[in-house]
Design a protein around this ligand. Sequence first.
Ligand SMILES: Cc1cc2nc3c(=O)[nH]c(=O)nc-3n(C[C@H](O)[C@H](O)[C@H](O)COP(=O)(O)OP(=O)(O)OC[C@H]3O[C@@H](n4cnc5c(N)ncnc54)[C@H](O)[C@@H]3O)c2cc1C
Ligand code: SF4
Length: 419
Amino acid sequence: MSKVELKGYMEEAERPFNLRTALDEANRCLVCYDAPCSKACPAGTDPARFIRALKFRNVKGGIETIRENNPLGGICAKVCPYDQLCQGACSMTGIDKPIRIGKIQSFLIEQEEAFKMHVVKAPAEKKEGKVACIGAGPASLTCARELAKAGYSVTIFEREQRAGGMASYGIVPSRLPQKVVDHDIQLIADLGVQFVFGHEVKREDLEPFDAVFVGTGLWDAKIPSIEGAGLPGVYSAVDYLKKAGTEKEAFHAGKTVIVVGLGDVAVDCATTAKLLGAEDVRIMYRRTIEEAPADMDELKYALSLGVGITTGFYPVSAKGNGKLEIVEAAGFRDKEAKMTLSADTLVFATGQKAEKLDILDDLPISGKGTIEAQENGFVSGKVFAAGDVVNGGQTVVQAVADAKLTAAEIIAYLEKKGV
Ligand SMILES: Cc1cc2nc3c(=O)[nH]c(=O)nc-3n(C[C@H](O)[C@H](O)[C@H](O)COP(=O)(O)OP(=O)(O)OC[C@H]3O[C@@H](n4cnc5c(N)ncnc54)[C@H](O)[C@@H]3O)c2cc1C
Ligand code: SF4
């Protein structure tokens, strides 16, 4: 992979705000009495408040609002589906364009990093209670931050070598630079949260803890059982994106790549393949573009890079002599339609499910392969869970919202236990 290709993959396509452009944008805000943007943020980040602070040039106050409310304010600012959340609710929408809330949030977080600010601190007096979090994705990181802020000792067990979950291993760095993820994580580690990396948790690891939070996400790919699914060159989306993110220069994106599916994950795979040097990248989707769940702006960006789309087809077999060479596809609605395409790489972005976690007894698993938890995250005994592993796979901001709620429940449980 050339240096130019790696640069395109690692660097954000959009320029950030500076103080002048951030102030200009904040000054467009109507300061609505009912703040619909704040009501539309699942995590309670309170954009109306941080935009008002910035309007009055109170940068520190703006940062405090974001950080107090959202431990992953930096990540969310980059990847939230704003149009469906805060920005979608902005009163300026009908008058002019909505306020660019995500970009203002990013600007404030960049100031926090530049001035090395620590607005959230752990209390001087520690509580006795100890909590284990399994997985170091957005859900566990949020839960850990809320518990550390309340004075509890928290240990996060993560089987990979780095924290962040899908924010580090799934979402492409051109949308979410790793330094943004690392900054959010560093502030959580600075509160005294302990990380144990490269560790598959065992039953005995959890015994000393008063409560256990499960935030293991969805890491088992749903790959259709077609002929040739095991051939070299056939990947799950998460494996493909993880290889791209970890192997960097050594990664071979493939020459002719077919990505199956048309959700955000599929678009990320196609963008990654194109940015990392694949010549011909094609998304194959069994329905129509109008029916696809993908974010249309992200899809337009992929198309602008030269990614092609074939709709109405799905793969029925993968063939090749020792490695993938040909993909055969059939019509989804037109049962007679058939096509054969040359490809050396086939990526299935057709969904994820939870992996089996047999270290905890009686973990109730739903038919969809998620953990069945109560709305407040309680599972059973001392076990709580939240994030993708419970909600079936949504967004970072939803994982933050769910884990905040669950952390409050864990605190109530520990207080009742007297630790
Ligand atoms: C390609 C892709 C693009 C996405 N794009 C967006 C986007 O643009 N915007 C958005 O908001 N969301 C996006 N998402 C979704 C978002 O990343 C997830 O909703 C979010 O990361 C869920 O957080 P989580 O903590 O529940 O799970 P995860 O992020 O999956 O984290 C789970 C962690 O648990 C670890 N783990 C699992 N099992 C074990 C075990 N047994 N022991 C120890 N550790 C374990 C995993 O290694 C991982 O680090 C995207 C997801 C993908 C895959
Ligand atoms: S966290 Fe996301 S949804 Fe909430 S205000 Fe920030 S950008 Fe909007």
